[in-house]
Design a protein around this ligand. Structure first.
Ligand SMILES: NC(=O)c1ccc[n+]([C@@H]2O[C@H](COP(=O)([O-])OP(=O)(O)OC[C@H]3O[C@@H](n4cnc5c(N)ncnc54)[C@H](O)[C@@H]3O)[C@@H](O)[C@H]2O)c1
Length: 437
Protein backbone atom coordinates (compact mmCIF):
# COMPACT_ATOMS: atom_id res chain seq x y z
CA UNK A 1 0.00 0.00 0.00
CA UNK A 2 1.21 3.49 -0.80
CA UNK A 3 1.64 6.66 1.16
CA UNK A 4 -0.09 9.66 -0.39
CA UNK A 5 0.23 13.35 0.37
CA UNK A 6 -2.90 15.21 -0.75
CA UNK A 7 -2.76 18.97 -1.21
CA UNK A 8 -6.23 20.46 -0.85
CA UNK A 9 -9.07 19.37 1.43
CA UNK A 10 -11.89 20.58 -0.82
CA UNK A 11 -14.45 18.57 -2.78
CA UNK A 12 -11.81 16.77 -4.84
CA UNK A 13 -8.98 16.44 -2.32
CA UNK A 14 -11.15 15.28 0.54
CA UNK A 15 -13.14 12.77 -1.49
CA UNK A 16 -10.09 11.43 -3.34
CA UNK A 17 -8.00 11.26 -0.18
CA UNK A 18 -10.73 9.52 1.79
CA UNK A 19 -11.43 7.05 -1.02
CA UNK A 20 -7.73 6.21 -1.47
CA UNK A 21 -7.60 5.51 2.28
CA UNK A 22 -10.61 3.26 1.74
CA UNK A 23 -8.52 1.30 -0.78
CA UNK A 24 -5.98 0.76 2.00
CA UNK A 25 -3.49 3.55 1.30
CA UNK A 26 -2.12 5.90 3.97
CA UNK A 27 -3.15 9.45 3.22
CA UNK A 28 -2.10 12.77 4.71
CA UNK A 29 -4.33 15.63 3.59
CA UNK A 30 -2.85 19.09 3.77
CA UNK A 31 -4.78 22.35 3.52
CA UNK A 32 -3.95 25.95 4.32
CA UNK A 33 -7.18 26.80 6.14
CA UNK A 34 -6.60 26.14 9.87
CA UNK A 35 -10.34 25.88 10.72
CA UNK A 36 -10.82 23.29 7.99
CA UNK A 37 -8.02 21.12 9.35
CA UNK A 38 -9.26 21.53 12.93
CA UNK A 39 -12.78 20.50 11.88
CA UNK A 40 -11.52 17.47 10.01
CA UNK A 41 -9.40 16.40 12.96
CA UNK A 42 -12.49 16.75 15.14
CA UNK A 43 -14.49 14.54 12.77
CA UNK A 44 -16.51 17.41 11.28
CA UNK A 45 -16.86 17.25 7.51
CA UNK A 46 -16.65 20.79 6.13
CA UNK A 47 -18.55 20.11 2.89
CA UNK A 48 -21.80 18.37 2.05
CA UNK A 49 -21.09 15.31 -0.07
CA UNK A 50 -23.26 12.19 0.29
CA UNK A 51 -21.39 9.21 1.76
CA UNK A 52 -18.21 11.16 2.55
CA UNK A 53 -18.76 11.16 6.34
CA UNK A 54 -18.90 7.37 6.39
CA UNK A 55 -15.75 6.93 4.30
CA UNK A 56 -13.83 9.40 6.49
CA UNK A 57 -15.11 7.74 9.65
CA UNK A 58 -14.21 4.18 8.69
CA UNK A 59 -10.71 5.17 7.54
CA UNK A 60 -9.73 7.31 10.53
CA UNK A 61 -6.66 5.15 11.08
CA UNK A 62 -5.32 5.73 7.58
CA UNK A 63 -6.10 9.45 7.29
CA UNK A 64 -4.34 12.41 8.81
CA UNK A 65 -4.96 16.12 8.35
CA UNK A 66 -2.28 18.76 8.52
CA UNK A 67 -1.32 22.34 7.80
CA UNK A 68 2.31 21.35 7.53
CA UNK A 69 3.80 20.68 4.08
CA UNK A 70 6.51 18.44 5.56
CA UNK A 71 3.88 16.19 7.14
CA UNK A 72 2.30 15.64 3.75
CA UNK A 73 5.55 15.17 1.86
CA UNK A 74 7.60 13.03 4.24
CA UNK A 75 7.63 9.47 3.02
CA UNK A 76 4.97 10.14 0.37
CA UNK A 77 5.23 8.23 -2.89
CA UNK A 78 2.52 10.36 -4.49
CA UNK A 79 1.93 14.08 -4.03
CA UNK A 80 -1.58 14.84 -5.23
CA UNK A 81 -2.48 18.40 -6.16
CA UNK A 82 -6.20 19.06 -5.63
CA UNK A 83 -6.25 22.79 -5.03
CA UNK A 84 -8.68 25.23 -6.62
CA UNK A 85 -8.05 26.74 -10.05
CA UNK A 86 -10.78 29.40 -10.21
CA UNK A 87 -11.17 31.77 -13.16
CA UNK A 88 -9.34 35.05 -13.20
CA UNK A 89 -10.94 38.23 -14.49
CA UNK A 90 -9.57 37.42 -17.96
CA UNK A 91 -11.33 34.05 -17.93
CA UNK A 92 -8.04 32.15 -17.73
CA UNK A 93 -7.49 29.70 -14.89
CA UNK A 94 -5.83 31.10 -11.77
CA UNK A 95 -2.96 28.73 -11.06
CA UNK A 96 -1.57 30.54 -8.05
CA UNK A 97 -2.58 27.74 -5.64
CA UNK A 98 -0.98 25.13 -7.92
CA UNK A 99 2.27 27.10 -8.05
CA UNK A 100 2.15 27.57 -4.29
CA UNK A 101 2.09 23.79 -3.84
CA UNK A 102 4.95 23.23 -6.28
CA UNK A 103 7.05 25.97 -4.69
CA UNK A 104 6.32 24.75 -1.17
CA UNK A 105 7.79 21.32 -1.84
CA UNK A 106 10.96 21.08 0.24
CA UNK A 107 14.15 21.25 -1.84
CA UNK A 108 15.42 17.98 -0.42
CA UNK A 109 12.53 15.61 -1.21
CA UNK A 110 14.16 12.18 -1.33
CA UNK A 111 13.37 9.20 -3.59
CA UNK A 112 11.01 9.55 -6.53
CA UNK A 113 7.66 10.83 -5.39
CA UNK A 114 5.26 11.64 -8.22
CA UNK A 115 3.33 14.91 -8.33
CA UNK A 116 -0.14 13.93 -9.56
CA UNK A 117 -2.19 16.82 -10.92
CA UNK A 118 -5.90 16.40 -10.07
CA UNK A 119 -6.67 20.09 -10.34
CA UNK A 120 -8.07 21.13 -13.70
CA UNK A 121 -5.35 23.13 -15.40
CA UNK A 122 -4.72 24.67 -18.83
CA UNK A 123 -2.93 22.56 -21.41
CA UNK A 124 0.77 23.12 -21.01
CA UNK A 125 0.70 23.42 -17.22
CA UNK A 126 2.36 20.04 -16.75
CA UNK A 127 5.26 21.08 -18.95
CA UNK A 128 5.65 24.31 -16.96
CA UNK A 129 5.53 22.42 -13.66
CA UNK A 130 8.10 19.95 -14.97
CA UNK A 131 10.40 22.83 -15.87
CA UNK A 132 9.89 24.49 -12.49
CA UNK A 133 10.63 21.27 -10.62
CA UNK A 134 13.82 20.79 -12.65
CA UNK A 135 14.83 24.41 -12.07
CA UNK A 136 14.39 23.86 -8.32
CA UNK A 137 16.65 20.82 -8.45
CA UNK A 138 13.72 18.45 -8.03
CA UNK A 139 14.34 16.37 -11.16
CA UNK A 140 13.88 13.31 -8.97
CA UNK A 141 10.20 14.23 -8.56
CA UNK A 142 7.95 12.74 -11.26
CA UNK A 143 4.91 14.41 -12.81
CA UNK A 144 1.64 12.85 -13.96
CA UNK A 145 -1.57 14.47 -15.13
CA UNK A 146 -4.56 12.56 -13.76
CA UNK A 147 -7.60 14.81 -14.25
CA UNK A 148 -10.62 14.37 -12.05
CA UNK A 149 -14.09 13.70 -13.44
CA UNK A 150 -16.11 13.21 -10.27
CA UNK A 151 -19.44 14.98 -10.02
CA UNK A 152 -20.37 16.68 -6.77
CA UNK A 153 -23.32 14.89 -5.22
CA UNK A 154 -22.10 11.48 -6.39
CA UNK A 155 -18.36 11.99 -5.89
CA UNK A 156 -17.79 9.04 -3.56
CA UNK A 157 -19.44 6.51 -5.86
CA UNK A 158 -17.81 8.17 -8.89
CA UNK A 159 -14.41 7.41 -7.35
CA UNK A 160 -15.23 3.73 -7.09
CA UNK A 161 -16.84 3.46 -10.52
CA UNK A 162 -15.14 5.93 -12.84
CA UNK A 163 -15.98 5.87 -16.56
CA UNK A 164 -12.24 6.16 -17.14
CA UNK A 165 -9.00 6.98 -15.41
CA UNK A 166 -6.88 9.27 -17.55
CA UNK A 167 -3.16 9.13 -16.90
CA UNK A 168 -0.80 11.37 -18.84
CA UNK A 169 2.87 11.02 -17.98
CA UNK A 170 6.25 12.29 -19.13
CA UNK A 171 7.85 9.10 -17.84
CA UNK A 172 5.92 5.87 -18.48
CA UNK A 173 7.15 4.38 -15.20
CA UNK A 174 5.53 7.23 -13.24
CA UNK A 175 2.34 6.72 -15.24
CA UNK A 176 2.35 3.02 -14.46
CA UNK A 177 2.74 3.71 -10.74
CA UNK A 178 -0.31 5.99 -10.79
CA UNK A 179 -2.27 3.34 -12.68
CA UNK A 180 -1.29 0.68 -10.08
CA UNK A 181 -2.39 3.00 -7.28
CA UNK A 182 -5.93 2.55 -8.61
CA UNK A 183 -5.85 -1.23 -8.23
CA UNK A 184 -9.20 -2.26 -6.83
CA UNK A 185 -11.13 0.25 -8.91
CA UNK A 186 -12.77 -0.81 -12.11
CA UNK A 187 -12.51 1.77 -14.82
CA UNK A 188 -10.99 1.97 -18.27
CA UNK A 189 -7.44 3.32 -18.15
CA UNK A 190 -6.59 5.92 -20.79
CA UNK A 191 -2.82 6.43 -21.05
CA UNK A 192 -1.81 9.61 -22.87
CA UNK A 193 0.88 12.23 -22.94
CA UNK A 194 0.53 15.05 -20.41
CA UNK A 195 -0.83 17.61 -22.91
CA UNK A 196 -3.59 15.28 -24.08
CA UNK A 197 -4.62 14.33 -20.54
CA UNK A 198 -4.97 18.01 -19.70
CA UNK A 199 -7.10 18.58 -22.78
CA UNK A 200 -9.32 15.54 -22.14
CA UNK A 201 -10.60 17.20 -18.98
CA UNK A 202 -11.30 20.59 -20.55
CA UNK A 203 -12.83 19.03 -23.67
CA UNK A 204 -15.10 16.74 -21.65
CA UNK A 205 -16.51 19.59 -19.58
CA UNK A 206 -16.82 21.82 -22.63
CA UNK A 207 -18.74 19.10 -24.47
CA UNK A 208 -21.10 18.44 -21.54
CA UNK A 209 -21.74 22.18 -21.34
CA UNK A 210 -22.36 22.27 -25.08
CA UNK A 211 -25.04 19.61 -24.75
CA UNK A 212 -26.75 21.61 -22.03
CA UNK A 213 -26.72 24.84 -24.02
CA UNK A 214 -27.88 22.92 -27.09
CA UNK A 215 -30.93 21.45 -25.38
CA UNK A 216 -31.67 24.81 -23.78
CA UNK A 217 -31.79 26.40 -27.21
CA UNK A 218 -34.04 23.58 -28.40
CA UNK A 219 -36.26 24.32 -25.37
CA UNK A 220 -36.45 27.96 -26.37
CA UNK A 221 -37.47 26.93 -29.89
CA UNK A 222 -40.05 24.55 -28.37
CA UNK A 223 -41.64 27.49 -26.60
CA UNK A 224 -42.03 29.30 -29.93
CA UNK A 225 -43.44 26.40 -31.91
CA UNK A 226 -45.48 24.60 -29.25
CA UNK A 227 -43.32 21.49 -28.91
CA UNK A 228 -42.38 19.84 -25.61
CA UNK A 229 -38.63 19.71 -24.94
CA UNK A 230 -39.02 16.76 -22.58
CA UNK A 231 -40.41 14.63 -25.40
CA UNK A 232 -37.95 16.06 -27.92
CA UNK A 233 -34.99 15.29 -25.62
CA UNK A 234 -36.22 11.77 -25.05
CA UNK A 235 -36.64 11.19 -28.77
CA UNK A 236 -33.19 12.59 -29.47
CA UNK A 237 -31.44 10.86 -26.56
CA UNK A 238 -32.67 7.40 -27.49
CA UNK A 239 -30.43 7.56 -30.54
CA UNK A 240 -27.55 5.34 -29.46
CA UNK A 241 -25.14 7.65 -31.24
CA UNK A 242 -26.19 10.48 -28.94
CA UNK A 243 -27.36 9.00 -25.64
CA UNK A 244 -29.68 10.64 -23.11
CA UNK A 245 -27.24 12.41 -20.80
CA UNK A 246 -27.07 16.16 -20.35
CA UNK A 247 -30.12 16.73 -22.51
CA UNK A 248 -32.24 18.13 -19.71
CA UNK A 249 -33.43 21.64 -20.45
CA UNK A 250 -33.37 24.16 -17.65
CA UNK A 251 -32.06 27.50 -16.55
CA UNK A 252 -28.45 26.86 -17.39
CA UNK A 253 -25.38 25.27 -15.93
CA UNK A 254 -23.33 26.56 -13.02
CA UNK A 255 -20.98 25.13 -10.44
CA UNK A 256 -17.28 25.28 -9.88
CA UNK A 257 -16.34 23.42 -13.06
CA UNK A 258 -18.41 23.91 -16.21
CA UNK A 259 -18.37 27.72 -16.39
CA UNK A 260 -14.73 27.89 -15.39
CA UNK A 261 -13.59 25.14 -17.74
CA UNK A 262 -15.58 26.43 -20.72
CA UNK A 263 -14.05 29.82 -20.10
CA UNK A 264 -10.56 28.37 -19.59
CA UNK A 265 -10.69 26.39 -22.86
CA UNK A 266 -12.11 29.37 -24.75
CA UNK A 267 -9.33 31.60 -23.42
CA UNK A 268 -6.67 28.95 -23.95
CA UNK A 269 -7.64 28.66 -27.62
CA UNK A 270 -7.87 32.44 -27.90
CA UNK A 271 -4.44 32.89 -26.37
CA UNK A 272 -3.11 30.62 -29.13
CA UNK A 273 -4.85 32.77 -31.75
CA UNK A 274 -7.79 30.45 -32.32
CA UNK A 275 -11.31 31.79 -31.73
CA UNK A 276 -13.32 28.86 -30.36
CA UNK A 277 -16.65 30.13 -31.70
CA UNK A 278 -18.76 27.21 -30.52
CA UNK A 279 -17.74 27.80 -26.92
CA UNK A 280 -18.53 31.50 -27.21
CA UNK A 281 -22.09 30.48 -28.14
CA UNK A 282 -22.30 27.86 -25.39
CA UNK A 283 -21.32 30.50 -22.87
CA UNK A 284 -23.67 33.18 -24.19
CA UNK A 285 -26.65 30.82 -24.39
CA UNK A 286 -26.05 29.85 -20.78
CA UNK A 287 -25.92 33.46 -19.60
CA UNK A 288 -29.16 34.29 -21.39
CA UNK A 289 -30.85 31.13 -20.15
CA UNK A 290 -30.50 32.17 -16.51
CA UNK A 291 -32.04 35.55 -17.30
CA UNK A 292 -35.05 34.03 -19.08
CA UNK A 293 -36.52 33.28 -15.66
CA UNK A 294 -37.00 36.99 -15.15
CA UNK A 295 -38.77 37.32 -18.50
CA UNK A 296 -41.06 34.43 -17.62
CA UNK A 297 -41.98 36.09 -14.34
CA UNK A 298 -42.61 39.39 -16.10
CA UNK A 299 -44.82 37.65 -18.64
CA UNK A 300 -47.17 36.67 -15.83
CA UNK A 301 -46.68 39.45 -13.30
CA UNK A 302 -45.76 42.50 -15.39
CA UNK A 303 -43.39 44.71 -13.42
CA UNK A 304 -41.61 42.85 -10.66
CA UNK A 305 -41.24 45.94 -8.48
CA UNK A 306 -42.51 45.09 -5.02
CA UNK A 307 -43.35 41.51 -6.03
CA UNK A 308 -42.26 38.72 -3.73
CA UNK A 309 -40.47 35.85 -5.45
CA UNK A 310 -39.37 32.60 -3.79
CA UNK A 311 -36.20 30.99 -5.17
CA UNK A 312 -36.34 27.32 -4.33
CA UNK A 313 -32.98 25.60 -4.40
CA UNK A 314 -29.87 27.77 -4.34
CA UNK A 315 -27.00 25.28 -4.79
CA UNK A 316 -25.89 24.87 -8.39
CA UNK A 317 -27.36 21.39 -8.44
CA UNK A 318 -29.00 18.98 -5.98
CA UNK A 319 -27.01 16.96 -3.44
CA UNK A 320 -24.37 19.59 -2.92
CA UNK A 321 -23.98 22.77 -0.90
CA UNK A 322 -21.73 24.26 -3.57
CA UNK A 323 -22.83 27.76 -4.50
CA UNK A 324 -19.98 28.53 -6.90
CA UNK A 325 -21.41 30.06 -10.10
CA UNK A 326 -24.87 28.83 -9.11
CA UNK A 327 -27.56 30.18 -11.48
CA UNK A 328 -29.48 31.25 -8.34
CA UNK A 329 -26.92 34.01 -7.89
CA UNK A 330 -27.61 35.64 -11.26
CA UNK A 331 -31.36 35.16 -10.94
CA UNK A 332 -31.40 36.62 -7.41
CA UNK A 333 -29.42 39.67 -8.49
CA UNK A 334 -31.56 40.21 -11.59
CA UNK A 335 -34.74 40.00 -9.53
CA UNK A 336 -33.42 42.42 -6.92
CA UNK A 337 -32.42 44.77 -9.74
CA UNK A 338 -36.01 44.60 -11.02
CA UNK A 339 -37.23 45.66 -7.58
CA UNK A 340 -38.50 42.26 -6.41
CA UNK A 341 -38.36 41.05 -2.84
CA UNK A 342 -36.51 37.72 -3.00
CA UNK A 343 -36.73 34.89 -0.49
CA UNK A 344 -34.55 31.84 -0.92
CA UNK A 345 -34.55 28.30 0.41
CA UNK A 346 -32.16 25.40 0.06
CA UNK A 347 -31.94 22.24 2.16
CA UNK A 348 -28.14 22.37 2.52
CA UNK A 349 -26.69 25.52 0.94
CA UNK A 350 -26.92 28.53 3.24
CA UNK A 351 -25.03 31.26 1.41
CA UNK A 352 -24.04 34.17 3.59
CA UNK A 353 -22.96 36.39 0.72
CA UNK A 354 -26.38 36.71 -0.95
CA UNK A 355 -27.12 39.54 1.42
CA UNK A 356 -29.99 41.07 -0.54
CA UNK A 357 -32.20 38.03 -0.34
CA UNK A 358 -33.79 36.59 2.76
CA UNK A 359 -32.84 32.97 3.38
CA UNK A 360 -35.72 30.93 4.79
CA UNK A 361 -35.67 27.71 6.80
CA UNK A 362 -38.46 25.96 4.93
CA UNK A 363 -40.17 25.92 1.57
CA UNK A 364 -43.38 27.12 3.19
CA UNK A 365 -41.62 30.10 4.76
CA UNK A 366 -40.10 30.99 1.41
CA UNK A 367 -43.37 30.82 -0.55
CA UNK A 368 -45.55 32.52 2.07
CA UNK A 369 -47.14 35.57 0.50
CA UNK A 370 -45.12 35.04 -2.70
CA UNK A 371 -46.31 36.16 -6.10
CA UNK A 372 -44.26 33.42 -7.70
CA UNK A 373 -42.11 30.44 -6.78
CA UNK A 374 -39.15 29.54 -8.98
CA UNK A 375 -37.63 26.07 -8.89
CA UNK A 376 -33.96 26.82 -9.38
CA UNK A 377 -32.44 23.51 -8.22
CA UNK A 378 -34.21 20.19 -8.66
CA UNK A 379 -33.99 19.02 -5.06
CA UNK A 380 -36.23 15.94 -4.64
CA UNK A 381 -38.06 17.77 -1.84
CA UNK A 382 -39.47 20.13 -4.44
CA UNK A 383 -41.18 17.39 -6.44
CA UNK A 384 -44.20 17.81 -4.16
CA UNK A 385 -44.26 21.60 -4.42
CA UNK A 386 -47.69 21.74 -6.06
CA UNK A 387 -49.46 20.99 -2.78
CA UNK A 388 -52.57 22.52 -1.24
CA UNK A 389 -50.43 23.92 1.59
CA UNK A 390 -48.14 25.78 -0.82
CA UNK A 391 -51.14 26.97 -2.86
CA UNK A 392 -52.72 28.34 0.28
CA UNK A 393 -49.51 30.03 1.42
CA UNK A 394 -48.77 31.86 -1.84
CA UNK A 395 -50.33 35.21 -2.64
CA UNK A 396 -50.42 34.20 -6.30
CA UNK A 397 -50.03 30.54 -7.28
CA UNK A 398 -47.46 30.91 -10.07
CA UNK A 399 -44.70 28.32 -10.37
CA UNK A 400 -41.80 28.84 -12.74
CA UNK A 401 -40.21 25.43 -12.97
CA UNK A 402 -36.64 26.15 -13.99
CA UNK A 403 -35.71 22.46 -14.01
CA UNK A 404 -38.84 20.87 -15.48
CA UNK A 405 -39.19 18.94 -12.25
CA UNK A 406 -42.97 19.03 -12.00
CA UNK A 407 -45.66 17.50 -14.16
CA UNK A 408 -47.26 20.51 -15.87
CA UNK A 409 -50.68 18.87 -16.06
CA UNK A 410 -50.75 17.81 -12.40
CA UNK A 411 -49.44 21.21 -11.29
CA UNK A 412 -52.12 23.03 -13.22
CA UNK A 413 -54.74 20.60 -11.98
CA UNK A 414 -53.67 21.56 -8.45
CA UNK A 415 -54.63 25.14 -9.25
CA UNK A 416 -51.21 26.62 -10.07
CA UNK A 417 -50.22 28.62 -13.09
CA UNK A 418 -47.30 26.63 -14.47
CA UNK A 419 -44.41 27.80 -16.59
CA UNK A 420 -41.65 25.35 -17.37
CA UNK A 421 -38.68 25.49 -19.73
CA UNK A 422 -39.65 24.47 -23.24
CA UNK A 423 -42.94 22.93 -22.17
CA UNK A 424 -45.89 23.43 -24.51
CA UNK A 425 -48.43 26.14 -23.99
CA UNK A 426 -51.22 23.66 -24.59
CA UNK A 427 -50.12 21.36 -21.76
CA UNK A 428 -53.19 22.22 -19.78
CA UNK A 429 -54.77 19.26 -18.04
CA UNK A 430 -57.79 21.31 -17.18
CA UNK A 431 -59.64 20.29 -20.29
CA UNK A 432 -63.04 21.74 -20.96
CA UNK A 433 -65.75 19.31 -19.87
CA UNK A 434 -67.05 17.00 -22.58
CA UNK A 435 -70.29 18.34 -24.02
CA UNK A 436 -73.20 16.49 -22.47
CA UNK A 437 -75.12 14.83 -25.28
N1 LIG B 1 -15.51 20.16 -7.48
C1 LIG B 1 -15.63 19.37 -8.51
O1 LIG B 1 -16.70 18.83 -8.79
C2 LIG B 1 -14.44 19.08 -9.38
C3 LIG B 1 -14.51 18.01 -10.29
C4 LIG B 1 -13.41 17.75 -11.10
C5 LIG B 1 -12.28 18.57 -11.03
N2 LIG B 1 -12.26 19.61 -10.15
C6 LIG B 1 -11.06 20.43 -10.09
O2 LIG B 1 -10.33 20.06 -8.93
C7 LIG B 1 -9.70 21.21 -8.34
C8 LIG B 1 -10.16 21.37 -6.91
O3 LIG B 1 -11.54 21.62 -6.92
P1 LIG B 1 -12.38 21.63 -5.56
O4 LIG B 1 -13.81 21.79 -5.96
O5 LIG B 1 -11.98 20.51 -4.72
O6 LIG B 1 -11.85 22.99 -4.91
P2 LIG B 1 -12.10 23.51 -3.42
O7 LIG B 1 -12.04 24.98 -3.50
O8 LIG B 1 -13.30 22.84 -2.83
O9 LIG B 1 -10.84 22.96 -2.61
C9 LIG B 1 -9.54 23.42 -2.82
C10 LIG B 1 -8.82 23.36 -1.47
O10 LIG B 1 -7.43 23.60 -1.68
C11 LIG B 1 -6.95 24.31 -0.57
N3 LIG B 1 -5.64 24.91 -0.86
C12 LIG B 1 -5.35 26.07 -1.49
N4 LIG B 1 -4.02 26.25 -1.54
C13 LIG B 1 -3.45 25.17 -0.95
C14 LIG B 1 -2.12 24.75 -0.71
N5 LIG B 1 -1.07 25.50 -1.07
N6 LIG B 1 -1.90 23.58 -0.06
C15 LIG B 1 -2.94 22.80 0.30
N7 LIG B 1 -4.23 23.15 0.10
C16 LIG B 1 -4.48 24.32 -0.52
C17 LIG B 1 -8.06 25.30 -0.29
O11 LIG B 1 -7.93 25.87 0.99
C18 LIG B 1 -9.29 24.42 -0.47
O12 LIG B 1 -9.67 23.80 0.74
C19 LIG B 1 -10.05 22.37 -9.25
O13 LIG B 1 -9.04 22.55 -10.19
C20 LIG B 1 -11.32 21.91 -9.93
O14 LIG B 1 -11.50 22.50 -11.20
C21 LIG B 1 -13.31 19.89 -9.32
Amino acid sequence: MARIGMFGAGYVGLVTGACFADLGHDVVIRDIIPERIEELRAGIVPIYEPGLDEVLERNKERLRFTLDVRDAVDGAEFLYVAVGTPPTESGDADLSAVWAVIDELPPDVPGRPVVVMKSTVPVGTGAHVRARLDARGLSNVGYVSNPEFLAEGSAVSDFGKPDRIVVGAFDPVDGERVVRLHDGIEGEIVRTDVFSAELVKLAANAFLSTRISFINEIANVCELVGADVVDVARGVGLDHRLGPHFLRAGIGFGGSCFPKDVSALKQLAGNEGYPFMLLHAVWEVNELQKRRVVQKLQKHLGSLRGRRVALLGLAFKPNTDDMREAPSRVIAHRLVAEGAEVRGWDPVAHPTDLTRIEICDSVIDAVRGADAAVIVTEWPELASLASAEVHEAMANPLIVDGRNLLDPAATQAAGFVYEGIGRPRHASPVRPPEPVS
